[in-house]
Every structure is written in C-alpha cells, then in structure tokens.
Write a protein that binds this ligand. Structure first.
Ligand SMILES: Nc1ncnc2c1ncn2[C@@H]1O[C@H](COP(=O)(O)OP(=O)(O)OP(=O)(O)O)[C@@H](O)[C@H]1O
Ligand SMILES: [Mg+2]
Length: 268
C-alpha cells in the first residue's frame, strides 16, 4: 500500500461515496490534488474513475462526502457553478459541435459563434455541453474571445484547421479541440477523462507535451488514463482506484512498483 499527502492542495475529495442501485461505485474516496501538479487516476475498467469525475464536477450528486475546490466547498453546486469557479473537465466521449468549424467550436465557449449559428451542430453523445459558455450573447465576437481563439489554435497546433468543420477532424484532433474548448474558460484546474484513448501514438505524445506545457503555465491537472507510460511520464502523483476505493497513492514509480497494485491492476 502506497500513500502520501502533499500540502497546498487545490482540490480535496473527502470520504465521497456513490452507489447506483445496490452497486457501490465509489466507496469512501479521499484524495487531494496539489496546486500546479498533474495527478493521474488509474484503475481497471469499471473501477469508478469516470464516476469520480462526474461527482467532482457535480454532474452526478454523491451520496455522502465533501468536495473542496480552491478553499471553498463545491459540494452543493451545479456543474456550471463549478466550472465558473475554474474547475473544468472533458469527457471520455468527445463532445464537440460537428457542423461548426474548429474556430467556431472555440468561440462557442467565449459566447455565441459569429456568423454561422450553433444551432446547426448537435453535440456528439449526450446533449448538454456541461462546461457552459459565458451566458451573455453580447460577448459574441469580441476581440478578447477571438484573440483567445487564435492563441489556443496556435497552442494546440489546430490553426491550419481553423476553418475546417469539426466533423472532418480525426478522433485525436477532436480530443485536442475539446481541450482547447475548455481552456477558453480560463480554468484553474482541468480534468481530462482518457484524453489519449484511441488516438495514434504520435498525437498522444503531442497531447502529452501540451499537458506538460499547461502545467508549466500553472494549470493544475487531474487525468484519467489507461496508458501507463504516459502516466509515468506526465504525473507527479498517481491515485489507484480499485472497485471504487483508493488502493494506492504516491509517485508513479512507487505506485506502479507496488505489488498490490500490480496484482490488482496490471495483472502481475
Ligand atoms: N449512471 C449509471 N447508472 C448505473 N451504473 C453506473 C452508472 N454510471 C456508472 N455506472 C457503473 O459504475 C461502475 C463504474 O463506472 P465508471 O464509468 O465510473 O468506471 P471507469 O473506471 O470510468 O471505467 P472505464 O475505465 O471503462 O472508463 C460501472 O460498474 C458502471 O457500470
Ligand atoms: Mg471511464
């Protein structure tokens, strides 16, 4: 069993529980995410990783437990209130507007896209965007939003695809676009649910480099990922979930060398 606690945490999850019917999906989960770190969450399929993300971002109410972000309780908030406080997330299944261009998909998060309306593009997967764009349509097309779009297109390497419809992007490019979308909200902390899943190794390396660059700019990241080499490369701390419980926490090298973890998760 590996455990450890650092000071200066931005997010604290305290004794959180969540059941679906008789199934205890999260059972007394306690963890902290240190400010300015990349923290990884790993665990077998069905161990509760995405549910943990849903609970933290308040898409799903937990049955018990406390959530504290940036020193304030977020336990009773609605998802849009959580994201307004600077805690945003992406989803395991990408959610972009397929009929909008790449640039428009970013402008949606600054206000309404200029020109062609958002009404053409239903989202992939569930209907709600969740991380809401600022509500005031008067913000649409303001230079500030457009400057931010340009900067994020450059940062993610999507600038050459700015006028391409999102429907034409590869799955990996969609993942990058989704990261750029939530960065439009200028978050303090970004939660990513399997950002490398199903994408080619070259683009996975590219996304990894972007995540490190974001950390170096001061963003705090919480990352669910099955790709262990990526976890080892990126994460300052790893939390292992098994059957809804935290079974280990610590530096990636220590956690991944732990015999209990290897038996439960890596099949050794
Ligand atoms: N809305 C729901 N209703 C009922 N059961 C659910 C619901 N959401 C998740 N579960 C169950 O909770 C368990 C944990 O699911 P979750 O999606 O959190 O796992 P995960 O660790 O993200 O898995 P994966 O690695 O496959 O993405 C699973 O048994 C799943 O079937
Ligand atoms: Mg999941």
């Amino acid at each position: 069993m590996v455990t450890g606690e650092e000071g200066g945490c931005l997010l604290r999850v305290d004794r959180v529980a969540k059941s679906y019917g008789g199934l205890k999906v999260l059972n007394d989960v306690t963890l902290t995410v240190p400010q300015g770190s990349i923290t990884g969450v790993i665990g077998p399929n069905g161990s509760g990783k995405s549910t943990l993300f849903d609970v933290i971002t308040r898409y799903t109410a937990c049955d018990s437990g406390q959530l504290t972000f940036n020193g304030q309780s977020i336990t009773g908030l609605a998802p849009h209130q959580v994201s307004r406080r600077g805690l945003v997330r992406t989803f395991q299944l990408t959610r972009v507007f397929p009929a909008l261009t790449v640039a428009e998909n970013l402008l949606v998060f600054a206000g309404r896209p200029s020109g062609r309306g958002a009404s053409r593009g239903g989202r992939h997967g569930e209907a709600a965007a969740g991380n809401p764009a600022p509500a005031d349509p008067a913000d649409a097309g303001l230079p500030q939003g457009e400057d931010q779009v340009r900067e994020l297109l450059e940062f993610t390497g999507l600038a050459r695809l700015a006028t391409a419809e999102a429907a034409t992007l590869s799955y990996g490019q969609l993942k990058l676009l989704e990261i750029a979308q939530v960065l439009m909200l200028r978050p303090k902390m970004l939660m990513l649910d399997e950002p490398m899943a199903g994408i080619n190794p070259g683009l996975a390396d590219e996304i990894a480099a972007h995540l490190l660059a974001l950390r170096d700019r001061g963003l705090t990241l919480l990352l669910v990922e099955h790709n262990i080499p990526i976890i080892q490369r990126l994460c300052d701390t790893v939390v292992v979930l098994a059957a809804g419980q935290v079974m280990a926490r610590g530096k990636p090298g220590d956690v991944l060398a732990d015999q209990d973890v290897r038996e439960a998760f890596l099949g050794d």
